[in-house]
Design a binder for this molecule. Structure first.
Ligand code: LLP
Length: 415
């Protein structure tokens, strides 16, 4: 669903005009649509109806307690990559027994926290991690449920920074070595070999890399069965892209149908780790034009959001649509939309045709994934407020940071 639409000449989030939210909570401000989150989650699940499956929202895409609690209430699982994310999931009411723990660098403390909470599975990414997990679990008198994250050496055809399934990436266990490592894992006293895991990258806009990777995973599952190692779940990772501009990512139904066809009659639970596809288009970043500046080469609209609030354009040259919140008859010009941070890389959009006046509000769309979660305090800028809209109502789910909070943990040097 498109939660951000013009109604009576004003851009709304569901039934709430964005200018009302800007008045009440000021800018920059992230706005999320609860209906869009719920619809995306349900649509994703729909394709797997009748099949044993678990959808684990990838917390890194948007770790806000408000967002996590919406998914927790729907019964979602969660994909975490740190002890901090585990704590957030539990604080948001998430069920530990539906948590998968990914990531190449799990510390012993993080393993202990996850074993204490009783998570569903560790996605182990190396032989050394497997050994550490076996030791930590043994010291606690527990058995750790494990999948190995295998690296299928498949090109996800996405931005190199967010492609993870190729041989030269730091992620996962090389496909060719995985059978031998599974055999070692099966012999470890405190490890319960439970599944096979794979995640090849993010913002994938084609089905074929998913299917190629899944083929390789299924071949491994069959080899493991033949070697006497029974696999109870397959975690196909996340990565389904969204439309930022003109991309045509696979729809959930097509993805599910193609994966189920490949699965055939194998009796395993399917686990998925979608992040962006569940939250990306459910969020927008609301910002106000501080100044217009016309130079010989360019027109700049200097807005009050910056690369510290939404890093994706600066980091990946990512495109986000930028919409006027209250479109009027102001003549349109081509603008660079830039923030106040002291770097030339601080832009939110290039060459946008907009009719702007000082004080106008803009909505940077498709900002629900990897927006707030990658924000920082660079230039000592407090991070934005976050608001959850639900129909005609809304609530503040994160207060804007105050300046004193930014250095509350710091000390001046004593004489
Ligand atoms: N599972 C694992 C193991 C992951 O590493 C990721 C994302 C996901 C699931 C979720 O992927 P998604 O469904 O959201 O594509 N900051 C970048 C994206 C980094 C993705 C990292 N891993 C961006 O803004 O595009």
């Amino acid at each position: 669903m498109n939660a951000f639409q013009l109604k009576n000449g004003q851009l709304h989030a569901e039934q709430v005009p964005l200018n009302q939210l800007a008045e009440e909570f000021s800018t920059p401000c992230y706005v999320y649509s609860r209906q869009a989150l719920e619809t995306a989650y349900r649509d994703f699940q729909q394709g797997f109806a009748g099949v044993d499956h678990l959808v684990c929202f990838a917390v890194k895409a948007n770790p806000s307690l408000g967002v996590l609690s919406v998914f927790a209430k729907l019964g979602a699982g969660f994909d975490i990559v740190s002890g901090g994310e585990l704590a957030r999931v539990l604080a948001a009411g998430g069920d530990a027994s539906k948590v998968v723990f990914s990531g190449v660098g799990k510390t012993a403390d993080e393993m202990r926290a996850a074993l204490t909470a009783g998570i569903f599975c560790f996605n182990v990414e190396s032989a050394a991690e497997l050994e550490r997990l076996n030791e930590v679990a043994g010291s606690m008198g527990k058995i750790a449920p494990v999948s190995l994250r295998v690296n299928p050496n498949v090109d996800a055809k996405t931005h190199p920074y967010i492609s993870t399934g190729l041989k030269n990436n730091k992620f996962g266990v090389a496909y060719e070595q995985s059978l031998a490592l599974y055999q070692q894992a099966a012999a470890m006293p405190n490890i319960d070999v439970h599944g096979v895991d794979c995640h090849i990258g993010s913002q994938l806009t084609e089905l074929s890399p998913f299917l190629d990777a899944f083929d390789r995973v299924l071949a491994l599952v069959d080899q493991l069965e033949a070697a006497g190692i029974a696999i109870r779940h397959i975690d196909a990772g996340g990565g389904i892209g969204i439309c930022y501009n003109e991309e045509t990512p696979p729809d959930f139904a097509a993805y599910a149908a193609a994966m189920l066809k490949k699965l055939g009659d194998r009796k395993v639970k399917l686990v998925f780790e979608p992040g962006r596809a569940l939250v990306g288009n459910a969020g927008a970043l609301l910002t106000r034009v501080e100044y217009l500046k016309h130079t010989e080469a360019k027109n700049f609209a200097i807005v009050d959001a910056a690369m510290n609030d939404l890093m994706r354009p600066a980091l990946y040259d990512a495109y986000h649509q930028i919409a006027e919140v209250s479109p009027d008859a102001t003549p349109k010009e081509i603008y660079e939309i830039v923030g106040p941070v002291c770097e030339s890389g601080d832009f939110l959009g290039h060459d946008r045709e907009l009719g702007l006046k000082q004080g106008d509000l803009l909505a940077i769309l498709s900002a629900g994934a990897y927006g707030m979660s990658m924000s920082s305090n660079y230039n000592t800028r407090p991070r934005a407020a976050e608001v959850m809209v639900d129909g005609a109502s809304y609530q503040l789910i994160r207060k804007r940071e105050s300046i004193s909070e930014l250095f509350a943990l710091e000390n001046v040097v004593k004489d």
